[in-house]
Structure formats: C-alpha cells, structure tokens
Design a protein around this ligand. Sequence first.
Ligand code: ATR
Length: 288
Amino acid sequence: MNMNITGKTKVLGIIGHPVAHSLSPLMQNAALKALGLDYIYVPFAVEPQNLTVAVKGLRALGIHGFNVTIPHKTAIIPLLDRVSPEAELSGAVNTVCREDGLLVGYNTDGIGFIKSLVDDLGFNPDGATVLILGAGGAARGAVAALCGAGVTKIVVANRTRDKGEALVDTFRGRYSHVKFALSSQETGELHEHLREANLIVNTTSVGMNGSSFAGLDVDAFLPDAKVYDMVYSPPETPLLVAARGRNLSCANGLGMLAAQGETAFSLWTGTDPPCGLMKLKLSTAIDV
Ligand code: ATR
C-alpha cells in the first residue's frame, strides 16, 4: 500500500454495501505498489439510499475512478454521464472512470469472465452451446460477453421463469445469430438441455454456504462438458466437487474476479498490472 500519500496521489476505490469483505482493495493496492504508481485504492461503504449523494461526492472529491459492487451495479447507471455499450447491454456497471471530468461506466465483469474461461478452462466460446444458471445481473453480463464471443446457443435456467424470459427477450433482439432457449431448474427439462451444453455456468449465489441445485444432476452433463462457477468462496462449491468427481474441467470465479480487476486497473492507470499478481493475492486471501 502507498503510505507516502501526498496531494498528487490519485484516489481509486470501490463502493458497495457491504464492502468490508471485498478483496478488491487487497489486489488493486498490491498491483499499484508493485508498479510504484502513486495511487491508493479505498473501500467506501455506501448504503442504497445514499448512492446519489455518494456519487456527487465522488465527483466533487475528484476521485480518479472506482469499482461498483452489490447492490449498486444497476442503480448507478442513471447517475453517470455515459456508459459503454457492454455496460448498457448487461444493464450493469462495475467500473467507473473519470474521463475529461465526466464519469463513464464500464462493465469489466464480462471481459473478465471470457478471459477466465480461456485461461482457467481452455474454453473457446466460439460455436459453443452454454447453459446459464440464473438470470440476474451476473447472468446478463455473462450472456452479453458470450454473445460477443461467438456462441451458437444459450440456454437460461432460472428459478423464476419470468426473469429468465425477460433476459432472453432482451438478447434475442440484439443477437440474431445466437439461438436462445429457456429452461426450468427442474430435473427433466434441465436434463434435455444439459445433453447439448459444452459449458455450464453458475451465475447465482447457490454454492455459497454449501448449498446446491436440487435438480442439477452432473451425470447428465456431456463427458467433455466444462463447468464454471462464479462463486469463489468456498473455492470448491458442491457443484464443482460433483463435476470434478466426473473428471470434468472446472473453475471457480476467482479468475474472473482477478481479470475484471486487471481490466479496471488498465482503464484507470493506462498500464497493465503485473501478470498473475491479482489472482495470486486473491488465492492467498481465500485459502487462509
Ligand atoms: P447478481 O447481480 O449477483 O446476479 P441478482 O440480480 O439479485 O444478483 O440475481 C440473483 C440470481 O440468483 C437470480 O437469477 C436468482 O433467481 P431468481 O430470479 O429466481 O430470484 C438466483 N438465485 C438466488 N438464490 C437462488 C437460489 N437459492 N436458488 C436458485 N436461484 C437463486
């Protein structure tokens, strides 16, 4: 961490609620320090009812850039001056940059997700069929990124069907070359779709605290299917344990967390962080 703070030190941060558990300060400050950059990255706990005034404050204080996490990723959009096409499509902003005095929103989660699929699973989305569990903000980001990366088909399996349908409707109109299907999370219907999925992605919080999907039977996965769980704590969710039991390639969301942070770092500083440092810091923090 930069302990030599002066009037020239640029301030970065993260807003969320809660935010005390966030590992972003650890990995961002480690990368800033490693490169000797005169920045500091600080967590700010912002309650939902204070978001508008907090963003005004961040503007007034001249904060150089910041990350946005739960529950503000969607609510912040109307408070910004501009958002990138990816952020608009996924309906979520996780990174804000100050550009010529304006606050510009980006979504680096999608880029981080695709990078992690390639780096951690050796998975090329081009031409693939992907089954997405969930239909919230994380699912939207993943679907936007996968559509941009050339998938052939996306099946959305959400607990609440209406929400899955709304997601599919949004993307169907934008990506005519991608086939979309909806599934329940009940065993029978889900099994039909699992028979063709090259990649299964959990975008929900299921798996934290040892929970699992009752209707998801890993024996129905293709023998060469790959499994990505965005949950990273615990590092091995019941879904990943079961998939590994079938010798399937698996990855948790740690790589995505590191990769979204790397992209945000590059946007703010104009410099790439040291290769692998953020992931190393995260792995060390989560293993203890
Ligand atoms: P995020 O931004 O992290 O995606 P979100 O927008 O609140 O958060 O979405 C949470 C997603 O996790 C939803 O798809 C939710 O399903 P519902 O639409 O049915 O609420 C899903 N989810 C959360 N808890 C779940 C559970 N116990 N079982 C199945 N799905 C769950």
